[in-house]
Every structure is written in C-alpha cells, then in structure tokens.
Design a protein around this ligand. Structure first.
Ligand code: IVH
Length: 714
C-alpha cells in the first residue's frame, strides 16, 4: 500500500514523550495518516466499498494514535482517532442518537489487554473507593453494521444506523422487514418506558454466498463481503430489496433506557438474558468470565473457532459485567473505558502465484492483480488478490511462479503479503511492469510523485467501461439494478459507449441479452428514468468521475454553480477561490471540461434532459448572496462547543453555510470552542473571523435557524 511506502515515513526521529514541538516530518506523516484514514473511513462506512484490509487500516490508525500520544497537540481535535463511523448517505433521513454510539478500542495481545485492564482499574480507583469487580461479559465481535432500535412503551418506533456516531440514518421501515427484530417487547410485566437496543445487522456467510450467486445470475452487482452486503441491504430506499435480503439483527448493548415499571437489569449478563427473553438474537457463545486471565482464554477460544461461526467474526469483545461500573467508567472521546475488542490477526494461507494481471481503472490507473491457484483463506476461496502497485511488487519482490502468502482480515479484498523465498523455484524473474496499456496498447506514463502508471487514452475501452460503471454506482448516480455485470455486457456488445448511451436503451435492446426478462428490463429502464429525472447536480458531478472530485467537493461545487454550464465555464482562478480547491483539483476540473470527448458526452446528457439545476444555485446569484449572514459562507469548527460537531455542521448547512475541513484565507468563519488546537492559531494568523459558540448561535439565529432549547447546554 502506498501509505506505507518509505518516502512517507517520518524517519529515525526518536520522539520524546511530552515533547510539545513535533519535527516537520512527524507532522507531515501525521497529516498524511489522518487524510488516508479519513479516505478509508469514507470508503468503508459511507460507500461500503473498502480498499484495504482491516489490518492495514489498524496499522495506519495505531501509527497515528501513537504519534498523537507522543506529541499531544498534533491531533487538534480533528483527528480520525476521535471519530467513529462515516459520513451519512444522501437520500435517507437522519436523526440524532439520544446517546452517542461509540466504537471500541482494540487490543492485539495479552500485554495490551492487561494494560487496558490496568487503565480500567486506575480510572475506577479515581472515581470510587473499593475494588473493581473484574467480571466481564464476553462475546464474539460481529463484523456487520451497528444499528440502534428504539422501543417506546415496548413498541419499536425507530431504527437508526450508527452513522457518524452522533447522527444516524433512519432505517425504521427497512428494519421492520427483518424477521429477527421483535416489533414489540413481549414480557410478563410492563415493558420499559424507553429502551434503545443496540446490536449488529449481519448476513450469515451461507446466506451471503447465496445472495451473491443470485445477484450474479441476475447480472446485478455482487458484494465484496457479508458486511458490505448487510450495509447495502439495510441502507436502502427500496424496501422490497431489503426484504429480499437475508439480514439478521443480533443485540449486544443498550443506548438510553428508562425502565419505568419494568425491573432494571443490573449486569450485562442479566441484560443478555432479558434480550433473549424479548426474543432478540444475541451473539453466539457469549459468556461471563471471572478475571483478566479468563477473558484472555475466551478471546483465544473465539480466535481458534472463528471460522466455525455462521457469521464473520473479527474479534472478541469484553465488557465489565456490572452496568453501574460501566456507567462510572464512561467513555473517552472515541470509545468506552469499560469495554474493549480483541482484534484477530488476518487469516493467511500459502498458494502459487500463477500470473499478474493488470487492470485499468476509471481514471486510467493501472493496478496489478495477482492471479492465484485457488486457496481457502478462512473458509473463503481466493483466486485473485491485490498487489497494489509497481513499487509494492518490487519492494516485496513478488514473482510469477512464487509461492506467496495471501491474507484476508475476515472481510475485504485479499492481499498478497509477500513471497515464501524458501519455496522460490529456479528461473523466476522480477516482474516488469508493462509500459503499454494492456487494454488499448497505448503507452502509459507515471508521474514522479505517483505510485500508479496511467493510461491517458480517453477512448481506451477498459477506461470507458470503468467510467460507465462508476457513473451508475453508489458513488455516482446510484442507479439501482444497473450493476457492473450488465454494464460490462452492454459495453461489450457495443450498445453502450458512454454514460449517455444508457439513457437511450429500449426494452427491445435489453431483451436481447441472456437472463434479461421483461420484468427486469422494465425495472432497469425505470431506474434509469428515475436517475435521469431526479439526479441532483452534486450527484451528477460526482458521477462524471472527474479526478480528485469526490462527494464533498461535488456538493460544494453544486452550491456555487447553477449547472454544468456554469461549472465548465469557471476559470482556474475562479475555481481556486473556492473552499477546499487547490491547484491540482482546479486543473483536473479544467482538464475534464476542456477534453473534447467529455464535452460531447455532456452535450448528449443535456439533450437527454439530464441537466440538473442546483437547488443551492441561488447562492451563485449575487442578489441572493447577502440574504442571510451565513449564506454561501465557508465555516469550520474546532474544539468543543455546546453542540456535537455533526449537529453544528448540519445547522450551519441549514443556514446556507458550507462546512469545510481546513483553514485557509478563503475560510469565512472559524468557530472555536474549548481546546481549539492549532486551527485557531492559523486562522488568527490569516485574519479569518473567529466566533465562539455564542457568536455561532447568533449568526444561526440571524439566518433564521433556531437551536431548540433542550440542545443548548452551555
Ligand atoms: S458492545 C459501548 N459487542 O463493533 C460498547 N459491540 O468496532 C458497545 N460490535 O461499536 C458495543 N460486535 O458496533 C459490542 N459483541 C459485540 C460487538 C460489538 C460488534 C461493534 C460495535 C462497536 C464496533 C467497534
């Protein structure tokens, strides 16, 4: 992975604990790690499309956490180490959790576990006089999607995904289609007045395999792993899709609880029994462990049996059994102090590397893929694995003919760790990365500061296929049912050569393809029609696949430009004025709109009526600009104010402001709360107006956005 390439490493600076001034290379590395983690968070949590294994992610995360531990201050309150989950999907309604949904801290060894237990004991000593009861409820860590179910007077009234931890997506109706979710809490006595049951929506491995077979047969997109399948099935606007998917909910903890006339649970074990009595499924093989050593034995037992579980397990979780002790210990910025996850190492296997295939991506990047003699890795057959890029192949000296170690971390795309040198046959040769595109034969090039070789030929069939696949994918217009397999067939048949061609398909065209019946063809065309008539400008900009323009930038552009005409007419200088747009992004936008092939596609989209006008377009009109003080203004939050960060951003957006992630002289307002970190100093130096919580509240109120009194806790 490029993240670990040597040029990014901070080098042999022996960092001293408590040293307040980290050297520049350390800062640089920390910034790099933070931005990589943010990117991978987005891929994993928002797009359900991870690029790296959990292990690789954990390695980046731990490295950053370690740097932040040694140099407190580099985190500045904005670090991914203080965040949980991802951003929210457009389309689903959002709602705040009564209590934040935290992640779990990880331990990887017995030593780390005893350190964690020791910290628990110390925190307890500070708060309470007396010994900490060391009974732990332990269960397997399920690799699915965290969900909260809200029961009022024993009735299911709402279901939310974790979202960013503070605000989740409302998935009530989708959850109601799941047989494993009780609609009411049936009990002898009265139900609690309010109970928020938290747990994991998962797909069993067998169900996942069957679902993928079915998707494949229908020419729909298949899922990379059960977790993505579960997430994609639940975060659905089309309930018939959720209903057809084999999802299950397993309960493991509570959010808010008002027990009312119902006797409260005092321990986690009691809670688990009560959840079962209410007919919830719970994680299999949970058990009460007395003392630190028994917990370790349990985690070891789960690890040894991880592939015997019907669902993907990526660790074991230990929680203090006494709920009062959980309450006393509470939470750090990111995770509970009373619970921890034992993460398991990736499962590895050895197999022969038969060939190295080069895939051409949407932006022309060439990615090497290992073609392997099929091997079972943790119960899943693997025949392809990523080799990342040329440097990675050379750094590991992986050669065709080698026996290689392949790993998967219970989920995501498998990767080649390296060759087993003892088993290298004679006559193997270092791999030569091709200098021509394997799809179109044109020469490829590599920028000095980039890891990837690229094919620049816009007419390259492989690039075209990828671009169209991206256009219909979740990251693009999210056209349901128009998956990769169909795009591939349509492109191969020559019927579709650009995204615009999709909208000219007729039922007769589609019926010519194998496995395409009338019902499916109609659904297919209806999905395209919905996309054509309802796509927002932000979605369309994203779908075009302009290099360096992701979801956030696309959304910002859609608030600044009325339509693609205005955006394509914007000069580099005008683009550079925009928040979060640097020279690279501006150049890439210009390049996209100046490329004749792209102009042709855009004109066709206009002709087809796919030419959305931005709902935030009023901002681009000077007369509307001064309407309210926050209209069209960029805003950044740092430190703690009276509202959770996500909520503050949402309110700012409601007032017409555009939240951004970095301080520059283009920033209109910095809202600084307690412990603001380095952003404040930078903003002051650049002359950016700084507001406190009260100032922010005033501007909101002048913009017509009121904060309900109960949210105002200053
Ligand atoms: S207990 C406050 N138990 O893993 C602690 N969480 O990566 C409540 N998870 O945020 C969580 N299996 O969403 C608990 N058996 C289990 C779990 C589990 C999976 C999830 C949970 C957590 C995430 C951290």
């Amino acid at each position: 992975m490029t993240a670990d390439s040597p040029e990014h490493r901070p080098g042999p600076h022996a960092p001293e604990k408590g040293d307040a001034q980290p050297p520049e290379p350390v800062l640089k590395r920390a910034r790099f790690l933070a931005s990589e983690l943010a990117r991978h968070n987005h891929l994993y949590h928002t797009l359900d499309a991870p690029e790296i294994s959990d292990d690789a992610y954990d390695a980046l995360y731990n490295e950053l956490a370690e740097l932040e531990r040694r140099w407190p201050g580099i985190a500045g309150g904005e670090s991914p180490t203080t965040k949980v989950g991802g951003k929210l999907l457009e389309g689903l309604a959002k709602e705040r959790h009564r209590h934040r949904m935290y992640g779990l801290d990880n331990v990887f060894s017995a030593a780390e576990w005893s350190d964690f237990a020791e910290r628990m004991r110390r925190a307890w000593d500070e708060a309470v006089n007396g010994p900490l009861p060391l009974d732990f409820w332990c269960d397997p860590k399920l690799d699915g999607l965290a969900v909260e179910l809200v029961y009022e007077e024993g009735r299911l009234v709402r279901a939310l995904t974790r979202g960013d931890g503070e605000t989740g997506e409302v998935v009530t109706e989708a959850v109601r289609t799941m047989a494993s979710v009780p609609q009411t809490l049936a009990a002898d006595g009265l139900p609690p007045a309010l109970l928020e049951v938290r747990g994991e929506a998962v797909m069993f491995r067998e169900d996942f395999a069957r679902l993928n077979e079915r998707q494949e047969a229908l020419g729909l997109k298949t899922f990379a792993n059960p977790r993505n399948a579960a997430a994609g099935s639940l975060r659905q606007l089309d309930l018939s899709v959720t209903e057809s998917r084999p999802l299950r909910f397993l309960a493991y903890s509570l959010g808010a609880a008002e027990w009312g006339a119902c006797p409260p649970c005092l321990t986690q074990s009691e809670l688990m029994a009560r959840l079962s009595a209410w007919r919830f499924l719970t994680p299999p093989d949970g058990r009460l462990c007395a003392g630190v050593a028994q917990v370790m034995d349990y985690a070891e037992w789960v690890r040894a049996h991880r592939t015997d579980f019907p669902m993907e397990i990526d660790g074991a979780v230990a929680k203090l059994d006494l709920l009062e002790a959980q309450r006393v210990l509470g939470f750090t910025a990111r995770a509970p102090r009373f619970a921890v996850a034992f993460k398991f190492p990736a499962i590895q296997a050895q197999t022969k590397l038969l060939a190295i295939e080069i895939q051409v991506g949407r932006t022309g990047a060439l990615t090497p893929v290992a073609i392997l003699e099929p091997v079972a890795v943790g119960g899943v057959m693997v025949s392809r694995a990523t080799l990342h890029n040329e440097d990675e192949i050379h750094a590991r000296d992986v050669r065709v003919g080698d026996t290689v170690i392949v790993q998967r971390a219970g989920d995501v795309i498998p990767e080649v760790v390296g060759p087993v040198l003892d088993k290298r046959p004679t006559g193997t040769e270092p791999f030569h990365f091709p200098h021509e595109c394997p799809a179109c034969g044109e020469p490829v090039h590599r920028e000095p500061d980039e890891a990837a070789w690229r094919c620049d030929n816009l007419a390259c069939p492989a690039r075209r296929l990828r671009a169209i696949t991206h256009f219909v994918s979740k990251a693009g217009l999210d056209i349901q049912g128009v998956g990769e397999k169909w795009v591939e067939q349509l492109v191969q048949a020559g019927r579709v050569q650009s995204p615009a061609d999709l909208f000219t398909l007729s039922e007769a065209d589609l019926l010519g393809f194998e496995r395409m019946g009338e019902t499916l063809a109609r659904k297919f065309l209806a999905a395209l029609e919905t996309a054509r008539t309802t796509a927002s400008l932000a979605r369309l900009i994203c779908a075009l696949g302009i290099r360096h323009v992701g979801e956030q930038t696309a959304r910002m552009l859609a608030t600044r430009f009325r339509d693609l005409d205005e955006l394509s007419a914007a000069s580099t200088d005008a683009l550079l004025e925009l928040p979060d747009v640097g020279p690279e992004v501006a150049a890439s936008i210009r390049y996209f709109f100046e490329t004749p092939a792209n102009r042709i596609v855009l004109e066709r989209l206009r002709g087809l009526g796919l030419w959305p006008i931005s709902s935030g377009a009023a901002l681009a009109e000077p007369a509307a600009k001064k309407e309210t003080p926050l209209d069209g203004k960029t805003i950044l939050f740092t430190g703690t104010i009276f509202l959770p960060r996500g909520r503050a951003q949402a309110l700012a957006e409601a007032a017409g402001a555009i939240p951004v992630s970095s301080v520059s002289k283009k920033l209109d307002y910095l809202v600084a709360g307690e412990k603001p970190g380095s952003k404040l100093a930078k903003a002051v130096a650049l002359g950016v107006p700084v507001l406190d919580g009260e100032g922010f509240r005033r501007l909101l109120s002048e913009s017509g956005v009121k904060i309900p009194d109960e949210e105002f806790k200053e």
